[in-house]
Design a binder for this molecule. Structure first.
Ligand SMILES: [Zn+2]
Length: 352
């Protein structure tokens, strides 16, 4: 029988190759004008792939729902309007010392948008239980990185992404805090010609509007940090929105071929057409020359190191071409799919 059966692995390997690269980044030696044109046309192409752009913003309306003082910071639960009647809940962490200095005539503060991966949502990266109680231990793979950034002096905004935490369908809330609504939301959006990635990107853009409007935040010193699915959302947002001045993408940068197309991943990763246009390095290339830090666990089994290194080597060309080779940095640490933070927090502090 064997000789009559088509080798499907080989067939799809061929399909991968045939579809790559309508918007692949130019050769490093290509003229500056060709690179500039690539950036412009691919940004437009990426918006088309993500669907739902341009983002039409109504005037920002903010409600502060809760305020909780902790020893060195205050945590606010806020909510602001996104697109089409959507309300975006977010946790805002404000360092007490930085705020005191600002009020005494000192400088505005640096800020970071923190994007959680799959799990319990924004509570999980801010040191809280899913019920919102302060959690003394059990930080999990996301290592409370939003809280860690606040403790280093950043204002941190953690917006809840559709599908996670406070923004889930009732049926998933009943199943427990870790049950996402990604599958039904993503597939429903795809059937309506939209993508989960695009919706999340627009919500992050709206979150940038909110951060920039805060009087104690330096609007020119806002960065981003995201892990896993949050890293993917940050990648697409930073590629399109230059208000994100420095970014840390943890456990997400790889090649589509080695990760999303080879290993089981959440439905929220799938963007129609994108593989006909680009590999992940081409998306990340749109972030150059702005400072970018990639974190990857050597044993991350859903974003394999082989793909991470291939992606990074391609990306280096875009940074060299932009005259900003020093703005791209990386930390391959011992461990799996998780936040490291051993170099990345300092990177944001130094680059913003
Ligand atoms: Zn998901």
């Amino acid at each position: 029988m064997k000789h009559t059966i088509q080798d499907m692995d080989a067939l799809f390997a061929g399909l991968y190759q045939a579809h790559q690269g309508a918007y692949a980044m130019p050769a490093e030696e290509a003229d500056e004008a060709i690179w500039q044109n690539w950036k412009k046309t691919w940004r437009d192409g990426l918006k088309k792939d993500l669907r739902g752009f341009p983002y039409k913003a109504a005037p920002l309306q903010v409600r502060v729902l809760q305020s909780r003082p902790f020893d060195t910071y205050t945590m606010y639960l806020v909510q602001y309007n996104g697109e089409a009647g959507m309300l975006i809940p977010a946790l805002l962490l404000v360092p007490s010392e930085g705020l005191r200095r600002y009020r005494a005539g000192g400088p505005k503060m640096k800020a970071v948008i923190a994007l959680a991966g799959h799990g319990a949502g924004i509570t999980e990266i801010c040191g809280l239980t899913p019920e919102g109680e302060f959690r003394k231990q059990g930080e999990g793979y996301q290592k409370d990185f939003a809280l860690a950034l606040c403790q280093r002096g950043f204002v941190v905004l953690a917006p809840e992404m559709p599908g996670f935490g406070l923004r889930r369908f009732r049926e998933d809330c009943r199943k427990g805090p870790g049950q996402s609504s990604c599958f039904r939301m993503s597939t429903n959006l795809l059937m309506m010609g939209l993508t989960m990635a695009g919706l999340r990107v627009r919500d992050v853009m709206r979150s940038l509007d909110y951060l920039q409007a805060l009087p104690f935040v330096d609007a020119g010193r806002i960065g981003g940090m995201g892990i896993s699915g949050g890293g993917t959302t940050l990648m697409y947002t930073a590629a399109l929105d230059e208000r994100l001045r420095a970014n840390v993408i943890s456990g997400a940068a790889c090649t589509y071929a080695d990760s999303i197309l080879s290993i089981f991943h959440c439905t929220d990763n799938y963007v129609p057409d994108i593989y006909c246009h680009a590999e992940m390095c081409d998306v990340l290339g749109l972030i150059a020359p702005r400072p970018l830090f990639l974190e990857a666990g050597r044993d991350d089994d859903i974003f394999p190191l082989r793909g991470v290194l291939h992606c990074a080597s391609q990306l280096e060309a875009a940074y060299r071409k932009a005259g900003a080779g020093q703005n791209l940095a990386m930390d391959i640490f011992e461990g799996g799919h998780q936040i490291s933070g051993r170099l990345s927090y300092d990177f944001l502090m130094n680059q913003l």
